[in-house]
Design a protein around this ligand. Structure first.
Ligand SMILES: [Zn+2]
Length: 275
């Protein structure tokens, strides 16, 4: 599943190819995604220029605003979505549901076998869109700091790992990154978020930023895949310390890693290193 680093890598991969490009035509081959693709998308988008592509959480925002009239295409990759730049004469693959034809014989293709993603159209400030308005802070900004997390934890009675995975608190800390960050910070994922100290949150914030930045850096090596003819773009395997390694030896102390279920998600941790 594309997590925040993959979405950011997607943004960086396609941006140079779509920025300042004029949209010539939009072809919707399968409108039934998580939500139906609005019909107005293919009517209103042609003729517009893509000013830039931003990211908020795991949403990509294609800014096609004209003279202060906001207009955005919101894309979420869901469970299995990807975006790719192709030449118009390259055959469309199965599950390429949307094509945005650009100048210079290029086309942006939205591919999504499981169809849990979405392609939406907004003529208002996208930050006020119902899907985005309630999102918590971005993890790679200064607003995401120990004090902020500590304050959020006052009002919640839940364990530490599900707490940092709540998108109303901070966006983009998926299961892999939560588990890895808690390991790096040496914190037990089962502890009550309320009882974690400010100093411990300081360690955790640094660890979360570190694992996300490492993943984005690693994604940088795959950027050219967004325009290559073969293969899927940019989903990368990280060197993982705990995620997916239940019962295996801890890389630091060799203790067998434990696995528990929290909020329907599996959590792997080292009972020795994560006190
Ligand atoms: Zn250990």
């Amino acid at each position: 599943m594309p997590e925040l680093p993959e979405v950011e890598t997607t943004r960086l991969g396609i941006l140079p190819h779509v920025k300042q490009q004029k949209i010539l035509q939009v072809k919707v081959h399968q409108p039934q995604l998580r939500w139906s693709i609005p019909q107005t998308l293919s009517e209103d988008l042609p003729g517009k220029v893509i000013n830039t592509v931003q990211r908020r959480g795991k949403y990509l925002l294609f800014d096609v605003s004209e003279s202060k009239q906001p207009a955005y295409v919101l894309i979420h990759l869901g469970m299995s979505g990807s975006l790719r730049i192709a030449q118009v004469d390259e055959a469309r693959r199965k599950h390429d549901h949307v094509e945005i034809m650009l100048s210079q014989q290029r086309v942006l293709r939205y591919h999504d076998p499981r169809r849990f993603g979405c392609v939406l159209w907004s003529t208002q400030d996208p930050q006020q869109h119902p899907l985005l308005a309630k999102l918590g802070v971005e993890p790679l900004t200064r607003e995401f700091n120990a004090k902020y997390l500590y304050q959020c934890a006052r009002r919640r009675s839940m364990a530490l790992k599900p707490f940092i995975m709540q998108s109303s608190v901070v966006v983009g800390v998926g299961n892999i990154y939560a588990a890895e960050a808690l390991f790096l910070a040496g914190l037990d994922p089962r502890r009550a978020a309320k009882q974690v100290t400010l100093e411990e949150y300081q360690r955790l914030v640094q660890a979360i930023k570190k694992v996300l930045r490492a993943a984005i850096r690693q994604g940088g090596t795959t950027l050219r895949d967004f325009i290559s003819a073969k293969g899927e773009p940019g989903y990368f395997q990280q060197r993982l310390n705990v995620y997916g390694r239940a019962q295996q030896a801890c890389k630091v102390c060799a203790t067998p890693l434990c696995s528990v279920t929290q909020a329907q998600r599996s959590t792997v941790f080292c009972p020795q290193c994560q006190g």
